[in-house]
Design a protein around this ligand. Structure first.
Ligand code: MIC
Ligand code: SF4
Length: 644
């Protein structure tokens, strides 16, 4: 793919520099959509099988981008054959097409990628919404649906809205007991989980130098909860030291904002003034102080996830628990981010401390974070260091999940009640990390692949359903009406249902399971009577994950349009990729006029999409703002159909 020549006419921010160096379509000064070249891709197992099925259908001999890594971290401890089938499929695909394969048990994709592969100044596209973790070392790392990753692996560009840059100016230095998690919770308190679509959050200012790489990665990771395109830190001396300690000094380049670089908005955080914060149930944007919760009884504490599972985090917990024992009536589980982290904890004695303190050591995988295990008991209070506390995501609908820092989690574990951590000495950045790469397979054939490899397809690996071209006129029915902030966990539940990710007909049975158990049957009944289906929603529809199944399975059930007050970035892109029109109400009050069963007659749908995106249906004005490329994709019935 051709690279545009960069002519720097004005001082640039870090994000602007990296985007300019990767721009292949559009002009950030004129166009609303930009195409960027993708250097690295990552997938995880729960989204990966679909991504690779889609990549396969593109007919390439091997991956075309610089580096592709396939991680297995979501569905690792299986009941039944389905996940194991997925792993075999993923391993064989990786071997055939030149993808590095990270076996189950190696660790969590974002932590591993940061440790072993992420490079400052490059672009990374991942089929997981927390891919922006790479922003911690100065990568433009973006989460997207699996099919977008497939296109990038096939050498295609990725499209982003021309970004507005919000500068987060950090000054001062964190006090003991306060850490990176509290910084991102502060940013979430200010900006919330909606209304940030199209922004990149870039961290700058004197406070940046006081944060080590794992802390920066925590902040960039949980920027996903803001709904932004990505978050990024400069690549500086701290980044160089981190990469050198990983034996990757050669991967470092300095990338800092130019003097006089302009941000579209600036928010200042004085690190010295921050106090421990928590996100209260059921939203990462529902921020309270830990002080205000102090003394509340806690039933369960889970430490880990891609947000807080680095050596720095778990070593901090070990230091707080050293020589002590967790309270009798609290269950404490710890999941490290990688085998490198585990090795370090073994070698410095931390694992013995955690063992003696009565912690349950869990597998170094997503596990509890996605409700794959460790669901709390009925009505329990669970303190967790992960990034999402949507209702029911833990696997227990009545549980109250609070998101906190490792420091708060550890101090509370000792007392069995929410406790403000007063003392937690800084863990120095290691001068050298042990390299534990033996669970990365097919490194030697990366990029080229082994073409004669036979792909292993168990019965759980089903075909990707094909989209159908958009009709000009059709009848449709409202199949469901939901409220504000509906997450992809509501639309396409994970946890116990994750194992059906490679089998769309089966997984489709669970669409909207937490909201309406009859959604699947109603949709099919409507289709049988000649109606397409429409989803009606409030503000910020599709928050959370990158899972394209939240669009793919509704497409399979005949959904042709979502009509919402607003739609979040990754989900909007996924809807388009699967031929579903992402409409918003021209007049949000019209939301009140629609109820399940309401019948629409769409006349001139194709014309509306080709034109200005506006259509009036039975007295209700709907609009959608689509780029030329997006219009073509929807008219064809989705990205796969458009590509073929
Ligand atoms: C999540 O944290 O919600 C997930 C599970 O990692 C998802 C991906 C998926 O649904 O497989 C994400 O964040 O994109
Ligand atoms: Fe895994 Fe949780 Fe991170 Fe998603 S948020 S990648 S489920 S650890």
């Amino acid at each position: 793919m051709k690279k545009n020549k960069i002519i720097a006419t004005a001082p640039m921010t870090v994000a602007q520099k990296i985007i300019a160096a990767h721009l292949v379509e559009g002009d950030s000064a004129k166009d609303s959509e930009l195409g960027i070249r993708i250097d690295q891709t990552l997938t995880q197992d729960a989204t990966g099988t679909m991504a690779y099925l889609q990549f396969e259908s593109m007919g390439k001999k091997h991956v075309m981008n610089d580096l592709a890594v396939s991680y297995v971290d979501h569905n690792t401890v299986q009941i039944g054959f389905e996940n194991a089938d997925d792993h075999d499929f993923l391993a064989s695909i990786a071997k055939k097409y030149g993808i590095i394969y990270s076996k189950a048990g190696n660790g969590i994709c974002h932590q591993l990628h940061l440790e072993r592969f992420g490079k400052p100044g490059t672009t990374l596209l991942g089929s997981d919404s927390h891919t922006p973790t790479g922003g911690g070392i100065g990568q433009i790392a973006i989460g997207a649906g699996g099919i977008d990753i497939a296109v990038a692996m096939a050498g295609g560009a990725f499209h982003i809205p021309a970004p507005k840059i919000c500068g987060i100016r950090l000054k001062g230095c964190l006090r003991q007991g306060v850490s990176a998690k509290d910084v991102i919770l502060k940013v979430l308190e200010k900006f919330g989980t909606k209304g940030n679509v199209g922004w990149i959050f870039e961290y700058f200012g004197p406070g940046v130098a006081t944060l080590d790489v794992p802390s920066r990665a925590t902040i960039a990771n949980m920027g996903a909860e803001l709904g932004v395109t990505t978050s990024v830190f400069p690549s500086d001396e701290t980044t160089r030291q981190f990469l050198a300690a990983q034996g990757r000094a050669k991967d470092w380049t300095e990338i800092v904002a130019d003097k006089g670089a302009k941000y579209d908005n600036i928010f200042e955080v004085d690190l010295s003034e921050l106090e421990p914060l928590a996100a209260a149930p059921h939203s990462p944007g529902n921020i309270v102080t830990v002080k205000s919760l102090a003394g509340m009884k806690v039933n369960q504490i889970m430490i880990g996830s891609c947000t807080n599972s680095s050596y720095r985090d778990i070593r901090t917990v070990a230091r707080i628990l050293n020589g002590k024992h967790v309270a009798d009536d609290v269950e404490v589980g710890i999941a490290c981010g990688s085998r490198q982290v585990i090795k370090m904890l073994v070698e410095d004695g931390s694992l013995a401390i955690l063992h003696a303190a009565g912690c349950r050591m869990l597998e170094n995988a997503c596990g509890f974070c996605i409700g794959a295990h460790m669901s709390p008991s009925t009505n329990a209070v669970s303190l967790r260091t992960n990034n999402r506390n949507f209702e029911g995501r833990s696997g227990t609908k009545s549980a109250k999940v609070y998101l906190v820092s490792p420091e708060t989690a550890a101090a509370s574990a000792l007392n069995g009640v929410v406790t403000v951590c007063e003392k937690a000495e800084k863990v120095p950045a290691p001068a050298k990390f042990p390299i534990v790469d033996d669970m990365f397979l097919y490194r030697e054939t990366a990029g080229k692949g082994v073409p004669k490899t036979k792909i292993v397809r168990g019965p759980n690996i089903a075909k990707v359903p094909a989209g159908v071209a958009m009709k000009d006129s059709f009848k449709a029915k409202v199949a469901i009406k939901v409220g504000d902030k509906i997450t992809t966990d509501h639309i396409m539940p994970a946890g116990a249902r994750l194992k059906f990710r490679s089998n769309v007909p089966e997984y489709s049975k669970y669409v909207f399971e937490p909201c309406d158990r009859n959604f699947h049957d109603n949709c099919l009944a409507n289709v049988k009577c000649g109606f397409a289906n429409v989803i009606v929603a409030g503000e910020s529809y599709g928050q959370g994950s990158s899972r394209e199944h939240a669009a793919l399975c509704p497409m399979y059930l005949g959904v042709k349009a979502v009509v919402a007050k607003s739609i979040e970035r990754i989900h909007r892109a996924n809807l388009i990729n699967f031929g579903i029109v992402p409409f918003v109400f021209a007049n949000p009050a019209d939301y009140d006029k629609l109820e399940p069963g309401f019948e629409f007659t769409f006349e001139g749908m194709r014309k509306a999409i080709e034109g200005d995106g506006e259509i009036e249906v039975d007295g209700i004005k709907l609009k959608t703002s689509l780029s030329g490329r997006e219009k073509e994709i929807i008219l064809k019935g989705g990205l796969l159909a458009w590509l073929s």
